[in-house]
Design a protein around this ligand. Structure first.
Ligand code: HEM
Length: 344
């Protein structure tokens, strides 16, 4: 293993570890004092009101008015926007506590576990090497359009993940560093990058799905792959078709399922849902936000594993997506069933 690279990656691992641990600490610190305070954010209660929005016993003036203002059910308005009659939406506070507590804290843990798991794998086991020497004989794996679609998807996803994480976590580390005004402008740029790369990502996911769905249908070799856990148990690399079972999970669950959930909820948040009439209530946006951020965190964690295996984690794996060709030794060792088929 290259020494200078390994020490650089170790420092990166350490830096990210410290920052993620601090980050989840900061998120928890923000959440902790909020627990007993389910008061609607930004609302200055009159001194006579309780923290939960009900009127204090000592001053029971207008409790019915306050209760009807601070309630989720609709009151009466004569304009078409019925939700305008809900002055204070109590569910908003629940959403805020979920977003700035459950999602930020558990999300940071999921990302940290994925990152450190991969870093540990790299440091302890190192990259997966080929057993036989390279043959020098090239085998065609992907055409130009397939590679172009993959890289558009990868670039837009990385842009989305980077800006999305800044939107979710930026206030804990970037805002204190930059100051509120600069951070506000910076986040506005991030938000626009995020909003415009979203549809590009969706389009690339759909095209990629059409290009590769048939090659990801479960088939010969998958059961052996599952039984030996992708070759981790049993020592021998299980023979696989064009894609192995691990890649198929990434294709169906990671890219297709999570990709489409993220895209669908993203379109709701962008208010550009095609072919559908969405009723834009506050609850709609809150639910879309929770679904969007949870699925995005999960996909980012999975993408870390994919990016690792597709780059520094496995000798020769990036060649196919970079050049369109792989070495015959790599094809034989990692996708033997496919290799034998094209060699017939
Ligand atoms: C810079 C980051 C990335 C690198 C280096 C990378 C690398 C690769 C490589 C080398 C392959 C081909 C593997 C093979 O020949 O069997 C591949 C396939 C694939 N990549 Fe990536 N990738 C990256 C980012 C992404 C992202 C962000 C996504 C999804 C949003 C993605 C989705 C896929 C999918 C779905 C496949 C095909 C797997 C299958 O269909 O079973 N990649 N990638």
């Amino acid at each position: 293993m290259n020494r200078s690279f390994s020490s650089v990656s170790r420092s990166w691992a350490l830096a990210l570890g410290v920052s993620l641990s601090l980050l989840s600490g900061v998120c928890l610190a923000e959440r902790a004092p909020m627990q007993p305070l389910p008061s609607p954010s930004g609302i200055d209660f009159p001194k006579s009101a309780n923290a939960d929005g009900t009127q204090a016993q000592s001053q029971p003036a207008n409790p019915p008015i306050w209760n009807s203002a601070n309630s989720d059910p609709y009151n009466f308005v004569s304009i078409p926007d019925k939700e305008a009659s809900v002055l204070i939406q109590r569910a908003g506070e629940q959403w805020r506590l979920i977003r700035n507590g459950v999602i930020t804290v558990y999300g940071a843990w999921i990302l940290a576990i994925a990152f450190f798991g991969i870093a540990a794998l790299f440091i302890i086991k190192g990259p997966i090497k080929l057993h036989a020497p390279l043959s020098g004989q090239k085998v065609k794996r992907f055409n130009g359009f397939e590679r172009f679609t993959h890289w558009v998807m990868a670039a837009s996803f990385i842009g989305l993940a980077f800006t999305g994480l800044l939107i979710l976590y930026g206030k804990y580390f970037a805002m204190p560093l930059m100051g509120g005004v600069a951070y506000g402008s910076f986040l506005m740029v991030c938000k626009n990058i995020h909003n415009y790369s979203g549809p590009l990502f969706t389009l690339s996911v759909v095209i990629f799905f059409l290009l590769f769905a048939t090659r990801n249908i479960p088939g010969q070799g998958d059961l052996t792959w599952i039984k030996s856990f992708g070759g981790m148990f049993g020592g021998k690399h299980p023979p696989a078709g064009f894609f192995n079972f691990g890649e198929k999970i990434w294709f169906w669950f990671g890219m297709t399922f999570l990709g489409l959930i993220i895209s669908g909820s993203g379109f709701v948040l962008d208010m550009i849902v095609p072919f559908m009439q969405v009723e834009y209530l506050r609850g709609t946006m809150q639910l879309a936000n929770i679904v969007h951020s949870s699925a995005s965190i999960l996909m980012t964690a999975m993408a870390m594993g994919h990016i690792y295996i597709g780059s520094i984690g496995m000798q020769g794996s990036s060649d196919g997506m970079m050049t369109g060709y792989v070495d015959a030794t790599w094809a034989k060792e990692h996708h033997e069933i496919w290799y034998n088929k094209i060699n017939k």
